[in-house]
Design a protein around this ligand. Structure first.
Ligand SMILES: Nc1nc2c(ncn2[C@@H]2O[C@H](COP(=O)(O)OP(=O)(O)O)[C@@H](O)[C@H]2O)c(=O)[nH]1
Ligand SMILES: [Mg+2]
Length: 554
C-alpha cells in the first residue's frame, strides 16, 4: 500500500477504483485529495465524480456490515470512512446508545442489589434503563419485605390446611417475600410446623437440603434418617364403638376427652409404652380395643430399622376403644384399669345430638349413642372413673365445624361434655356417682419455650388460664358440685376447701415433622403416677384379698 504522500504525488497514476479503495481503507480522505496543495489540481472533476460513485456503491455494504457488528468501533469506522455518508447521523446516534448501554450495564453491575438505596439511585439515573424492570421488581419486593413479619407468616401457616403449606411457601419464595434462610428459620423455631409431605416437597424441589435441616434448622440426625428411610405410619387396627356395650373389666375407667388431633392417642400410646419400659406388668387384658392399644403402645418402641417412632394417623369418627388390664407394680400391688380412647369427633357428635343438629355422616350418631350407652345408661356398676380433659398447647384458636353453620372451640366442646354428663340425678351422674378425679392435660407441651420444668409448668398454667378459661371454670364448678378433686364443703363455720385443678403439661417427647418421635418418659410417667395415686388397687396376695379402695377425697 502506498503512503498518503505517495498517493498525493502520483495521483494521476491510479485508477478511480484504486483511489476509492485508498479512501475506504482510510489511507487518505476524499477532501484531502481535493485540496490543491496536496494534488496540484491532478484530482480533476471527472476522476472525482468517478471515485464518488464507486465509494457510494460501497457505502451501503459497509453500513450493513457496521450495523451487523453493532459496536462502537464498527460505527466509528463507518464515520471515518464516510464522514459525509448518508448513515453518519444514525451511526452517531447508535454510538451514543451503545455508550449509554455500557454505562447502564456497568452501573447495574456495581449496584448492590441488597441495598435498596443503591437500587433506587440506579433507577433515578436510568428510569428506562435496561435493568429498570428488574430494579422496580426489587423495590417492590423490598416494600413487601418491609411489611412482612416472619412470625405472623408462621402463625398464618398454622391456621392453614397442612396440604397447602408447600404451595404457599413456593408462592412466597417465587414472589421473593421469603428466602431459603427464612424457611429454615421457621422450621428451626418449630420442628412441627410442617409435616413430612411438605418437608419432602421442599427437599425434592431443592429449596432446602438435608444438610440445611441439620445445620440451620437444628433437626436431629435421627429424624433426618427417618425421613430418608421414608418411614411411614403404621396402621392401627380400627375399633368399632358398636362393639362396646359396657366397659368389660371391673376396673378404674380412665377417659381421655379431647377434640381431634389434640394428641389423645399419642398420649395413651406413650403412657402404655412407658408403663412397659418401667417394668410394670400389663396382664389380664380385656376389651375390644386390645389390638388397638397394643399397636399404639408399640409405636413408641425404637429399634435399628426405626430410629424414631412414627405417630399414628387420626382415629376414625366412630371409634371407641377400651382396653382393660391389670397394671402390676414391683411392690405386688396391682391396679385394674381400663383405658378409653375416644375419637375427637365424639365431642362434635355429642354436641350435635344435644343441640338437635343433624350431621351428614351416620358415624356421628353411632358415636353419640355409644357415649350414652357406656357412660350413662349401661355403666359398669362399681367401676370408678378418672377423666383427663385433653387440650392442645398452641391450638386455642382452633375451631371445629359442626354441620354447616356452627364453629366451636375446644373449650366449648369440652364444657358441653361436662354439661351433659353432669345430670341432675346423683345416681345417674358419673361425676357424683363414681368419679375419682378430673385432670386437665395440656398436650404438645414440648412446644412451650421454657428452660426448666417448673417454668414449663408455670407457662402451661398461664396458658390454660388465659385460653381455656371456660373449661377451667366448668371443671371447677363440677368439682364443687360433685365434691371432687379435694373439694370440701364449708361446715360449722369452716371455709370450704377449694378443689385442686391440676394442669399437667404433657409431651410424648421430641416430635419432628408432626410424624416422628423419640419418646421421653417424664410426662407419661407423671400421668401414671397420678393414676396410681387415685385408682383403686388390690394386693396380689390372694390370701388377704382385701380390696383397698383409696379414698382420694381425704
Ligand atoms: N409436638 C407434639 N406433637 C404431638 C404430641 N402428641 C401428638 N402430637 C401431634 O399431634 C398429632 C395428633 O395426635 P393424635 O394422638 O393422633 O391426636 P388425637 O386425634 O387426639 O388422638 C400427631 O400426629 C402429632 O403430630 C406431642 O406431645 N408433641
Ligand atoms: Mg386419636
Amino acid at each position: 500500500m502506498p503512503t498518503k504522500e505517495e498517493i498525493f504525488d502520483n495521483i494521476s497514476d491510479y485508477s478511480a477504483s484504486e483511489i476509492s479503495e485508498f479512501i475506504i481503507d482510510g489511507i487518505v480522505t476524499f477532501d484531502e485529495l481535493c485540496e490543491y496543495k496536496n494534488t496540484g489540481g491532478e484530482f480533476g472533476n471527472v476522476l472525482r465524480e468517478e471515485v464518488k460513485k464507486l465509494i457510494a456503491g460501497q457505502e451501503p455494504k459497509d453500513w450493513e456490515a457496521a450495523a451487523r457488528e453493532n459496536t462502537e468501533e464498527s460505527y466509528s469506522e463507518y464515520i471515518r470512512k464516510y464522514p459525509m455518508g448518508p448513515n453518519r447521523i444514525e451511526a452517531n446516534i447508535r454510538i451514543g446508545k451503545i455508550r449509554t448501554w455500557k454505562t447502564d450495564t456497568m452501573r447495574w453491575q456495581n449496584t448492590n442489589k441488597k441495598n435498596i438505596d443503591e437500587v433506587k439511585k440506579y433507577l433515578a439515573e436510568f428510569p428506562e434503563g435496561r435493568f429498570s424492570l428488574e430494579a422496580k421488581k426489587l423495590m417492590k419486593e423490598a416494600e413487601r419485605r418491609a411489611q412482612f413479619d416472619l412470625k405472623e407468616f408462621a402463625k398464618s401457616l398454622r391456621m392453614q390446611k397442612e396440604n397447602e403449606h408447600f404451595a404457599e411457601l413456593e408462592k412466597q419464595m417465587k414472589e421473593g417475600t421469603i428466602s431459603r434462610t427464612e424457611i429454615l428459620k421457621i422450621i428451626a423455631d418449630d420442628h412441627n410446623i410442617f409435616n413430612t409431605d411438605c418437608i419432602n416437597e421442599l427437599l425434592d424441589h431443592a429449596y432446602i437440603t438435608y444438610e440445611d435441616l441439620i445445620q440451620e434448622a437444628g433437626v436431629d440426625q435421627m429424624f433426618i434418617q427417618s425421613l430418608q428411610k421414608n418411614l411411614s405410619n403404621i396402621d392401627i387396627p380400627s375399633v368399632d364403638c358398636d362393639a362396646v356395650e359396657q366397659i368389660e373389666k371391673t376396673s378404674t375407667e380412665i377417659y381421655f376427652w379431647g377434640v381431634k388431633n389434640s394428641g389423645k392417642s399419642c398420649a395413651i400410646g406413650s403412657i402404655l409404652n412407658t408403663a412397659r419400659r418401667a417394668g410394670y406388668g400389663i396382664t389380664n387384658k380385656k376389651g375390644q380395643g386390645i389390638p388397638y392399644f397394643d399397636a399404639l403402645s408399640d409405636l413408641f418402641n425404637q429399634h435399628d430399622s426405626r430410629p424414631t417412632s412414627v405417630l399414628p394417623n387420626g382415629t376414625p369418627t366412630d371409634s371407641f376403644a377400651e382396653m382393660g388390664f391389670d397394671m402390676t407394680m414391683a411392690s405386688g400391688k396391682y391396679y385394674p384399669l381400663t383405658f378409653v380412647d375416644l375419637a375427637g369427633e365424639l365431642l362434635t357428635a355429642i354436641y350435635a345430638e344435644a343441640h338437635n343438629i343433624v350431621l351428614d355422616d351416620p358415624a356421628y350418631d353411632k358415636a353419640a349413642k355409644a357415649f350414652r350407652r357406656v357412660l350413662l345408661d349401661n355403666h359398669k356398676e362399681g367401676n370408678r372413673k378418672i377423666h383427663f380433659f385433653v387440650i392442645e398447647y398452641g391450638a386455642a384458636g382452633k375451631k371445629i365445624k359442626i354441620g354447616n353453620d356452627i364453629e366451636l372451640g375446644q373449650d366449648a366442646l369440652l364444657e358441653n361434655v361436662i354439661d351433659i354428663l353432669n345430670v341432675e340425678d346423683p345416681m345417674e351422674n358419673p361425676f357424683k356417682r363414681d368419679t375419682d378425679a378430673i385432670y386437665v392435660v395440656l398436650t404438645k407441651a414440648d412446644r412451650i419455650k421454657a428452660s426448666s420444668a417448673s417454668e414449663r409448668r408455670e407457662k402451661a398454667n398461664e396458658y390454660v388460664k388465659t385460653h381455656y378459661k371456660g373449661l377451667v371454670t366448668a371443671v371447677r364448678n363440677v368439682c364443687r358440685e360433685c365434691e371432687l378433686n379435694g373439694y370440701v364443703k364449708p361446715i360449722a363455720g369452716k371455709d370450704a376447701v377449694k378443689p385442686k385443678i391440676l394442669v399437667i403439661p404433657f409431651s410424648i417427647g421430641d416430635v419432628c415433622f408432626k410424624s416422628y418421635c423419640v419418646l421421653k418418659e417424664d410426662s407419661p410417667m407423671k400421668v401414671l403416677n397420678e393414676i396410681v395415686s387415685r385408682a383403686t388397687f388390690e394386693e396380689d396376695d390372694k390370701s388377704f384379698l382385701v380390696k383397698l379402695k383409696k379414698n382420694f377425697r381425704k
